[in-house]
Design a protein around this ligand. Structure first.
Ligand code: ADP
Ligand code: SF4
Ligand code: MG
Length: 337
């Protein structure tokens, strides 16, 4: 199949609060192809997690998808039953969250959790075979001496090792799509890179499509092919990472890139975007970034800028985008590598 593995089209997600509906995600669209990674970035509260959980059919309590399409292999997941979605999540769609404890059972040994999966999901009857597979799986994610770790409980592993186990259990399903929501945020930088290197290896081998949510633009630079920048429930800019980072067109993207400390620069912080994003429910007419935008003009307050194409595979939602000329030096060029 040549189409995208995942295509989100005009997704709207709302929360019910006492008497009114509040829009948390407002018309988000993106696509991810096999073997490619889309980075989803934006400040805390912009709706990244709600987008991911909604597309997995797991919106938080009181929150529901009220518009748009979620196409997996071209078929809309909206309208599927919870049982169907559950089956899909166990096999075709993997998810890795910030805290791997949410996907591991603290009361069962790692070996038990993995072998039970082989027993019930794959119907493997022989205990020896299930154990051999579990060891093989832990080896794939570079857990040292896996034979001796089968009897350990999740709390006996370090955070990085737990995340590897969670990844291993996802890989056992050989998913076509992997949603990773800040999978390495809790880990130190070395482990972070090891885990993401591992995911990339697996992706190269199996052609997995990955959505990587992160607030670390260095990681986007290093691991993502495309990037979608979210602000207050909308995607404000989207495109290939190299192009967007070299020539950001949305003032918010430019601000985010400018706020990243440069690893090898004497000046640790270049600029910080002043102000705070609006809370859902308090959103005014017009562009949501206007109160913080250095390029804002009177017309920005009267109507929300529609998303428009500015190049092949590139979109921006801004009335007065940054000029097109090359940035003096590519932002975040090679610093994280
Ligand atoms: N269960 C919920 N009910 C109401 N609002 C929610 C709920 N969960 C999240 N939100 C709101 O949705 C917005 C987006 O949250 P989230 O997706 O977690 O942001 P991000 O992952 O980008 O930091 C936030 O303003 C948050 O307060
Ligand atoms: S539409 Fe106006 S306020 Fe919004 S980002 Fe563009 S220039 Fe700034
Ligand atoms: Mg989040």
């Amino acid at each position: 199949m040549n189409g995208p593995v995942l295509e989100i089209d005009d997704l709207v997600v709302e929360a019910r609060s006492s008497d009114k509906q509040v829009r948390i995600v407002d018309g988000v669209s993106f696509a991810v192809h096999a073997g490619r990674t889309l980075g989803l970035v934006g400040e805390s509260g912009s709706g990244k997690s709600v987008t991911c959980l909604s597309l997995l059919g797991l919106p938080p309590r009181g929150v529901s998808v009220t518009g748009g399409r979620i196409l997996f292999d071209g078929c809309d997941l909206r309208g599927r039953t919870p049982a169907e979605l559950n089956a899909l999540r166990g096999r075709e769609i993997g998810m890795i969250l910030q805290d791997p404890m949410t996907s591991l059972n603290p009361l069962l040994t790692i070996g038990r959790q993995i072998t039970e999966m082989f027993r019930y999901r794959d119907g493997i009857k022989s205990r020896e075979e299930r154990e051999a597979r579990a060891i093989d799986l832990l080896q794939q994610v570079r857990i040292p001496a896996p034979e001796s770790r089968l009897n350990s409980y999740p709390h006996q592993f370090s955070g990085g090792m737990r995340q590897r186990v969670a990844i291993a259990m996802n890989l056992a399903c050989n998913p076509r799509l992997l949603i990773a929501d800040e999978p390495t945020t809790a880990l130190d930088i070395t482990v972070r890179l090891q885990i993401l290197d591992l995911l990339r290896e697996v992706q190269t081998e199996r052609g997995t499509a990955i959505v990587l949510v992160t607030h670390d633009l260095h990681l986007v630079r290093r691991y993502c092919d495309d990037v979608a920048v979210m602000y207050a429930g909308r995607i404000v800019e989207q495109g290939p990472v190299e192009q967007v980072f070299a020539r950001p067109r949305h003032p918010y993207t430019k601000g985010l890139l400018g706020a990243v400390p440069r690893l090898f620069s004497a000046q640790r912080r270049l600029t910080v975007i002043p102000g705070q994003p609006p809370l859902p429910g308090s959103i005014a007419e017009g562009c949501r970034f206007a109160p913080r935008c250095p390029r804002a003009q009177a017309d920005c307050l009267s109507a929300y800028p529609a998303t428009r194409d500015i190049d092949t595979n590139r979109t921006v939602a801004c009335w007065h985008p940054e000029p097109e000329e090359m940035a003096p030096e590519p932002l975040l060029a090679t610093e994280a590598s």
